[in-house]
Design a protein around this ligand. Structure first.
Ligand code: RUB
Length: 329
């Protein structure tokens, strides 16, 4: 595979392909693999010209970032690694490779630790005997639930199957393996069961500056049903899922995948008059979220901007400092 005149290492092509086809999925996991892909690309560079190395790595970074559009954790993790390359001011390719691989390791370690911290903080919000509901498969949410379960607090967990990709089955299996009482339900049963639910715990692919949470399609309906039933909604999200792009007015792009994830080719061929749409994420407005559990603390969604300001060190009106995180025209 060639990008901008550079050959992309096979391992990197594979990681991007696995992200695209959802073999590697979940925003945190995608981010860790994105950082790892950049480290692999750096190690595989065989030239001696530092400027050429930077151009090559930028081309690979853009290529990997384009694997899936919604999880902002992917561009954020890659920007983290690339910004270290800029800040590190290496004087040779060897030094640059060292800076990049160290930054990728740092990001991955940070990310894994963040999930552990979120699990501890999130579990504090679960009270003894709570009935929970979750949606899709989110590492951060599953860890919150397992931690609360080990503390003896979780009653039963309703897990939505999460069509069309059925990630709820992964969640249900993982929770059951831990001894959690799990009930797998069809997506359409969300309102039916919500009456029995005390708290909803879901993950995030992106958090916008206004506190809106972008997560697997159907999350906003869970939140709507939860509000009606007065169940609390908690979002477990590492801070690198907060989107700096939204500060400058960008909307988080919602990925639309193939119709064949919903119906097969034969059905499509038999029904040429039917258009099939498959959007795979949606936005839950901040009013429907009680708190976002991050590794830096539990915040109301309306405080998302504070995280972004801390993370990117900028006042919202200044775009200059954002340049490393956002490709400003
Ligand atoms: C996964 C999904 C998850 C978030 C958070 O969607 O919506 O809730 O990515 O996951 P997909 P995590 O299966 O399409 O990637 O907490 O693991 O980062």
């Amino acid at each position: 595979m060639e990008i901008a005149g550079y050959r992309v290492p096979l391992e990197v092509v594979r990681i991007r392909e696995d992200i695209k086809t959802m073999k590697i999925r979940g925003a945190g996991n995608i981010a860790r693999h994105g950082a790892q892909a950049i480290a692999i690309a750096a190690e595989k560079y065989s030239g001696k010209d530092l400027e050429d190395f930077k151009k090559y790595l930028k081309a690979v970074a853009d290529y990997v970032k384009s694997a899936r559009p919604t999880a902002v954790s992917l561009p954020n993790s890659i920007s983290y690694v690339m910004s270290r390359l800029e800040k590190g001011r290496p004087s040779s390719v060897e030094e640059a490779v060292e800076v990049v691989t160290r930054a990728a390791r740092e990001f991955i370690a940070y990310s894994e630790n963040a999930v552990k911290v979120i699990a501890q903080l999130g579990a504090k919000r679960i009270e003894r005997g709570d009935t929970l509901m979750t949606h899709c498969h989110s590492r951060a949410s599953v860890e919150v639930i397992i931690t609360a379960h080990r503390q003896g607090k979780v009653g039963r967990v309703y897990v939505k199957e999460t069509r069309p990709a059925l990630q709820g089955l992964i969640t249900a299996a993982e929770l059951a393996r831990e001894g959690v009482e799990v009930v797998l339900i069809p997506d359409s049963a969300v309102r039916y069961y919500m009456k029995r639910v005390d708290k909803v715990v879901v993950g995030a692919d992106a958090v916008a500056a206004n506190g809106a949470v972008i997560n697997k399609i159907g999350t906003s309906l869970v939140a709507l049903a939860a509000k009606e039933a007065r169940a609390r909604v908690y979002v477990a999200s590492e801070t690198y899922k907060f989107s700096p792009y939204t500060i400058i007015g960008e909307l988080v792009p919602i990925e639309v995948r193939e119709p064949t994830e919903i119906v097969d080719f034969a059905w499509l061929a038999e029904n040429p008059g039917v258009e099939v749409f498959n959007p795979v994420f949606d936005a839950t407005p901040p009013e429907y979220v009680d708190a976002i559990i991050t590794e830096k603390g539990v915040i109301p969604p309306q405080s998302a901007m504070l995280i972004l300001v801390e993370e990117y060190g900028v006042a919202p009106t200044s775009t200059e400092h954002l340049a490393h995180a956002v490709d400003l025209e």
